[in-house]
Design a binder for this molecule. Sequence first.
Ligand SMILES: Nc1ncnc2c1ncn2[C@@H]1O[C@H](COP(=O)(O)OP(=O)(O)O)[C@@H](O)[C@H]1O
Ligand SMILES: [Mg+2]
Length: 350
Amino acid sequence: MHVALLANLQKNAPLLPGMSSDMWDDLDSEKTIEAITAALESGGHKVTFLEGDSTLFDNVRRLKPDICFNICEGHFGDSREAQVPAILEMLRIPYTGSQVLTLALTLDKPMTKRVLTYHGLPTPQFQVFERIHEPINDDLVFPLFVKPSREGTGMGISADSVVQNEEQLRTQLRRLFDRYDQPVLAEHFIEGREITVGVVGNLTTPVAWRLPEDEEAPRVSRGLYLLPPLEIDMTRYPDEEGGIYTSRIKTELAHEFHYLCPAPIDDDMLEELNWLTAATFRVTGCQDVARVDFRLDANDGNKPYILEINPLPGLNPEYSDLCIEARAEGWTYEELVNRILNEATERYGL
Ligand SMILES: Nc1ncnc2c1ncn2[C@@H]1O[C@H](COP(=O)(O)OP(=O)(O)O)[C@@H](O)[C@H]1O
Ligand SMILES: [Mg+2]
């Protein structure tokens, strides 16, 4: 097949006056594009890279690929990850991964948390602030974790994201409003281990509320392939990072990533995290691939809380969480990439 690889390369991103230095931290490196291209080629496909910006509409229409491998994070707008899928649907060109509504929803952490809460899935208690002096809800309990509503890759996240009192909260709100110009999410701070679970596949029945009760049931369950969970080994990072998976760890320190994969957890916890991952995948309407980030509450018997779901998880072959998990499962990088593609081609009946 002819596959168009659609991404936003860091080096092609527009430079604007007064832009914050982390503005394009979530975009892809040439190395990742080269690796995905080689992987798809090893699957027997012809691959053409197209930048997912305003040139895409004409370029993809001219190219007429059989399918697009989409990993575009977008440049501007509060639903920027949904823009490329919207164009592709307008042009009726198939693509990998989640669709418009899911990508718009999951980029917005508070909206996602509202959907999770509606379905009774555990996510930290929260409040969204649109102004610095907005009153604090009575039921919101300090310490809080304060982050931008619609960013990723640790943008705006540092040890200062944990606030103990109102004064610290207001300082952090001011900082994030100035820098990211969007509503700020304040959540209950979950002290404890941090685990992320990757998943490849698609639900073959609408019932993913529970994974099979049967403990002997295979891990390939109802169309979803749950990868071994990865724990971020916080003990091996500088104390200044405050036990948080910060922007600095995700960018500057990405090459010396410290992790445990498979995470050392017991079978019950594994079952629970897998079930929560499948349920989150389902209620947010994900397709083909995703990764769910959890924190286990050390103050409440390691109760897992869902922080977010990433329907466009990083695919850097060396250090992206999903790629490490696939490796731990015995999949090569080529296998991971081609499985994602195959999930999409099957959906479209190509
Ligand atoms: N409520 C919370 N309690 C404790 N730590 C949190 C909380 N929310 C986020 N974090 C920390 O911040 C990191 C990034 O938050 P996350 O919501 O996953 O955003 P991103 O899109 O940047 O990955 C998490 O991996 C975790 O270390
Ligand atoms: Mg995250």
